[in-house]
Write a protein that binds this ligand. Structure first.
Ligand SMILES: [Zn+2]
Length: 493
């Protein structure tokens, strides 16, 4: 090899070999001054008792207001009245759409934008045939000293009762906010109605009519996840949901002549539909690491142990490789693209009848930055059969906007998390499911989805499932977080 080439390469390799350890050593999160915040009074015994009692009230909602079990929601409202007397005495309560509760805690500075804390009172039902799988019955609210068990323990009566606890305690301590503080407790988040029946939409409309613009919103979404990979990383990851995916169920139909199955053609409408499904599944949306995901990756990469950082400090160079590799891991890919799930199909009404119409239903979770229009254009492009009929089912929604990570609210959440545990990595992330938070977009730009409870991944998976439960050990810090959040964010600056 030519010396002129050889030496520069050798020199570059040597420089890289020398500089890599240095880069890896320097590749760390900047130490922030995380002065510990003064301790907060938390009545843990009362929180436990009230969460158990809240779980015992079966607040399962229905899409149709006429089919709602209003009695159970009235019972829940009475329960809150009884357990949180100061909240009901000092805050102004407006009942919206019969089930939603909008509390306004008046601040001393009406010239400033208020803040809002969101929760939903409703819970999902127990799937048929799974009642007996529960260690403790799902609506008993059993507190065995280690966990509080039951539907809503994580989604999201823990959060709702945690907020009520924090406000009741702050009131008792004589705290007075500068900004107005709204508590918006919806009643039908889980049944996904995106119309005027939605408690969240109705509450937002009510605020909008009053001319309210919110400084910030906090709702369910992220949590504190312990991440333990031996020799690589040992940290708590506080994932702050800054955006959520959109949702669309789309029916795609193919037509054919039909007739008696004794004279079947080579391909019936269902056969043709199978080809359509192959086209759709064979052309997944492209994976792309958004700036938000890169920030998440970067923060985690910087928190790894030194040997791991020898690799992770190059995460920006690894971006194309990461995008390609993670595209094959469904859980990771869902964080990076619009997902395609073919979920239902139908043909003719009888086994011996040729279908005149065959329909597949595809569930798309739309990535921020894309819209329903993009999904429809994608279908038209990748399906070779141009005679398909495409029908968007009601209930679709576009992805949310992406909230900034340099806002006062995001920085304060980060500061509170770090002051409570300096070993926490606070990073933005994308919420896969839907929340009520996106309905507040017309009156707020700084919307964050975060529940301040430290819950491992396996426990988080019990949400909407069997044995949903919250560790008692995570509860006190949750209320302390909300108290600090309200103190900080309701302040003028
Ligand atoms: Zn929820």
């Amino acid at each position: 090899m030519d010396k002129r080439i050889k030496y520069p390469i050798a020199a570059a390799a040597a420089a890289a070999a020398v500089s890599l350890p240095v880069r890896a050593a320097l590749f760390r999160e900047k130490k922030q001054e995380t002065e510990p915040l003064p301790p907060e009074n938390v009545d843990l015994a009362r929180f436990r008792e009230n969460l158990s009692a809240a779980i015992r009230i079966r607040t399962v909602a229905d899409k149709n207001p006429e089919k709602m079990n209003w009695a159970v929601f009235e019972e829940f409202h009475a329960f809150l009245r009884e357990r949180y007397p100061l909240v009901h005495e000092k805050l102004e309560l407006t009942v919206i759409n019969r089930g939603s509760l909008l509390f306004r805690w008046q601040g001393t500075r009406p010239d400033l934008d208020p803040i809002a804390l969101l929760s939903h009172q409703d819970v999902v039902p127990i799937s048929e045939g799974t009642w007996d799988d529960w260690t403790h019955p799902p609506f008993d609210g059993v507190d065995d000293g280690e966990f509080i068990w039951g539907r809503g323990a994580l989604d999201m009566k823990d959060h709702l009762i945690g907020v009520m606890e924090s406000v009741e305690t702050l009131l008792k301590e004589g705290f007075q906010p500068e900004r107005d503080v709204y508590l918006c407790l919806g009643h039908n988040e889980e049944v996904m109605c995106a119309d005027e029946n939605s408690g969240a939409i109705a509450m937002c409309n009510y605020l909008k009519e009053k001319g309210v613009h919110l400084d910030c919103v906090i709702d369910e979404g992220g949590a504190i996840l312990p991440i333990e990979i031996k020799g690589v990383i040992h940290k708590d990851l506080a994932g702050i949901g800054v955006a959520e995916k959109g949702y669309a169920d789309i029916e795609i139909s193919v037509f054919a002549k039909g007739g008696h199955s004794s004279q079947a053609p080579n391909h019936t409408a269902l056969g043709k539909l199978a080809e359509v499904i192959r086209d759709i599944e064979g052309h997944q949306f492209k994976t792309k690491l958004s700036p938000m995901m890169m920030e998440l990756f970067g923060k985690v990469a910087k928190s790894a142990t030194y040997p791991a950082r020898l690799v992770t400090c190059n995460y920006r160079l690894l971006k194309p490789a990461l995008e390609a590799v993670l595209g094959y891991v469904p859980q990771a890919a869902s964080m990076m693209r619009t997902t395609t799930g073919v979920t239902m199909a139908s043909g003719s009404p009888a086994p011996n009848v040729l279908p005149q119409k065959a329909t597949a239903t595809v569930n798309f979770r739309i990535y921020p930055g894309q819209t329903l229009e993009d999904v429809l254009a994608h279908i038209r492009k990748v399906v070779r059969n141009k005679k398909i009929e495409v029908n968007v089912l009601p209930g679709w929604k576009n992805p949310s906007a992406i909230s900034p990570t340099d806002s006062r609210a995001f920085k304060e959440i980060e500061r509170i998390c770090k002051s409570m545990n300096p070993e926490t990595v606070v990073a933005p992330y994308l919420v896969m499911g839907g929340t009520d938070a996106c309905h507040y977009q017309p009156i707020c730009e700084n919307i964050y989805r975060y529940s301040p409870f430290r819950v491992g991944t396996s426990l988080l998976l019990t949400t909407h499932g069997t044995n949903e439960r919250i560790p008692v050990a995570a509860m006190e810090a949750g209320v302390a977080f909300f108290k600090r959040y309200i103190r900080r964010l309701s302040a003028a600056e």
